[in-house]
Design a binder for this molecule. Sequence first.
Ligand SMILES: Nc1nc2c(ncn2[C@@H]2O[C@H](COP(=O)(O)OP(=O)(O)OP(=O)(O)O)[C@@H](O)[C@H]2O)c(=O)[nH]1
Ligand SMILES: [Mg+2]
Length: 310
Amino acid sequence: MLKEQLAHSGFVAVIGAPNTGKSTFINTVIGKKVSIVSPKVQTTRNAIRGIYTTDDAQVIFTDTPGITPDDLGKMLNDWMNRTAFSKAREADAVLLFVDVTTQHPEQGPGKEEIDILCKLKVQCPVLLVANKVDAVKKMRVDDTVAVLGKQYPFAGAHRISALSGAGVPELLAAVTAILPAGPQYFEAEEPSDQTDEFLIAEIVREKMFHLLQRELPYHSAVIVERIYDHETIAGMLVINATINVARKSQKAIVIGEKGRMLKQIGTQARAELETLFGRKIHLLLHVRVEENWFSSERTLKKMGFEKSEE
Ligand SMILES: Nc1nc2c(ncn2[C@@H]2O[C@H](COP(=O)(O)OP(=O)(O)OP(=O)(O)O)[C@@H](O)[C@H]2O)c(=O)[nH]1
Ligand SMILES: [Mg+2]
C-alpha cells in the first residue's frame, strides 16, 4: 500500500563526469545492484532509478550517464548528455559527483566540473559530493571541496566513499531532509523500476565492459529479445539476447577464438543472473552487426533511450 503522505519524498538526480562513482553510490544506498559498474568511463547509458524507502521518507535516486564532451557516436553521446541534464531539471535535488582522485585543486577546478556547472540550469538545491575519499589524503579532499565550492552556490558538500559506504548515511540524511513532504510514489519492496529485459541486458553489457579491451564495449549494445520459461525443464528461464556491434571485425572479437570470448561473457552474466533471479538460467547470446547502431534512432529507442528535450 502506498502512503499518501510522507515527511519527505522526491526525486534526486545523481550527475557528474564519467567514472565518478555515481552507479556505485546508488548500489550502496539500495544494498543491491541496480546499476552496473565498471572501471571504464561512460558505463551507464540510461537514467536508472534506485528507490530508497524508510517509514517516513522515499527518495527516488536517478543514476545518469556521465556527462562528457567526448564524441563517441554522436547521437548516442548526445542523448546520454541530454538524459543527465534533463533528469537534473526534473529533480527536487541534485547530487553532483566529483572523483577526488582525478582532481588537482592546486591547478583549479576540473574542466569537466566547470563545464557541467555552466550547463546545469536548475532551481533546486545541488549538493556537492566528493567521492572516493578512501583513495586520497584528507587534505586533498578538503582542497577539492573548497575549490569547487567557489564555483557554485551548493546547498552542502559531502565527503564519501561510495565503495566502502563511509559518509553515505550522513549524505542520505541530508538529502532526505531537503525533500518536502509528499506522497509515496513506489512500493517499499521495489528498489528499482527497471524491467527484467533491461536489467539482463545491462548485466551482459557489464561483463563486456570487464572482459573486452578498449573501445569495443562502447561500440556494442545489448538487446534482450525474449525471456521465456522452458516448457520441459521446470524452473529454467531461457533468455534470448542480441549483442549489436558496429563492424564485422568487432563481431569476430566479441565471439573470440573458437567462441571463447562470447562463452566467457555468457558464463559470467549467467552466474550473476542466476543469483539475481534465484533460478537456473539458459542464456542464448547472438552477435549481430548493425553499422552505426549508435546513430540509429530505432535502435536507440529499442535500448530504452528517450529523446529528451534539453
Ligand atoms: N576507490 C574508490 N573507487 C570507487 C568508489 N566509487 C566508485 N569507485 C570505482 O570507480 C569506478 C567507476 O564507478 P562507477 O560507479 O561505474 O562510476 P559512474 O560514475 O557510474 O561511471 P559512468 O556510468 O561511466 O558515468 C569503478 O571502478 C568503481 O569501483 C570509491 O568510493 N572509492
Ligand atoms: Mg554509472
